[in-house]
Write a protein that binds this ligand. Structure first.
Ligand code: SF4
Length: 278
């Protein structure tokens, strides 16, 4: 049981070591809390940032707390967030972010923008990624662990600012595909419309602004007592699948109405939809 897990972790670590060998991003913190840690105070010398406060009306504030698994930064102060996942690596989806379902990475980017690192001062967040620790196809018998291609199963997935792509993978040239990130360039050097997690700098800024608005709006709704069941439906997937409160919930799953119907878009189409409708 432990041996396959250990093998998977070794592969992920080696893949990350290889990715880091090609850029100047280095870990500057792990398990960085923003807001009051619930169970124990941060250890001395560890980074800890204040809570993110949102005005919710009537002189009240809501606090957003969280913890960032890992933060890398380069000597210029550009920072990248890594969030480790035990399941398969999810892909960032702008439509789901707008609907309040995919706010984790963007929340961390916003937290980094409010925080600072010792000896570095303010950081400029330029990317955030989910990283699985259980890659599936790392033990295919016909691939060699010495081969970079072997480690492609461990590519993190997320969102980054296209203007800072060279900080992630300086070796990536026109017409190339990054071995270490979901990044592809066309022959003319512009980003490929698919298989590429980067977004133009203006879109990156707009997504963060939108995420801030979505989070503030959710906090205000909760603070004003808007807590009625309002589940989403995305094709056949619903919020109720794994809900522990299903037997108590007054929401009628057969006859709805499902109030949040989320368009089934992904990648660049999802991004364009959000930027056009925001
Ligand atoms: S069963 Fe009710 S409480 Fe649970 S996710 Fe669905 S609507 Fe929400």
């Amino acid at each position: 049981m432990l041996r396959p897990l250990r093998r998977q972790l070794e592969v992920v670590l080696e893949a990350q070591r290889r990715a880091a060998a090609g850029n100047a991003l280095r870990p500057v913190g792990v398990e960085i809390p923003f807001g009051e840690p619930r169970h124990r105070p941060p250890q001395a010398g560890r980074m800890a940032w204040p809570a993110w406060r949102v005005e919710v009306g009537g002189g009240r504030q809501a606090e957003l707390n969280g913890k960032i698994d890992r933060l890398d930064a380069d000597p210029d102060g550009y920072a990248v967030v890594i969030d480790y996942k035990r399941a398969a690596t999810p892909r960032f989806n702008a439509v789901q972010m707008q609907a309040g379902l995919d706010l984790q990475l963007v929340s961390y980017l916003l937290a980094v923008r409010r925080g600072q690192a010792p000896a570095m001062g303010r950081l400029d967040p330029c990317g955030a990624f989910y990283q699985t620790v259980t890659p599936k196809d790392n033990d295919a018998p016909d691939t060699s662990p010495a081969d970079d291609a072997f480690y492609k199963a461990c590519k993190p997935a997320g969102l980054f600012d296209d203007e800072q792509l060279n900080r992630l993978d300086p070796a990536l040239g026109s017409g190339g595909t990054s071995a270490w990130f979901h990044a592809r360039l066309k022959k003319d050097g512009t980003p490929h419309p698919s298989g590429h997690d980067g977004v133009p700098p203006e879109a990156f800024r707009q997504l963060l602004e939108l995420a801030e608005t979505v989070i503030a709006s959710l906090a205000r709704q909760i603070a004003s007592g808007v807590i009625a069941p309002n589940p989403y439906r995305l094709n056949s997937v619903t919020a109720c699948r794994f809900c522990a409160f299903e037997s108590l919930c007054p929401f009628d799953q057969l006859y709805g109405p499902w109030r949040k119907k989320i368009p089934a878009l992904s990648g660049r189409r999802a991004l364009n939809f959000v930027l056009e409708t925001a």
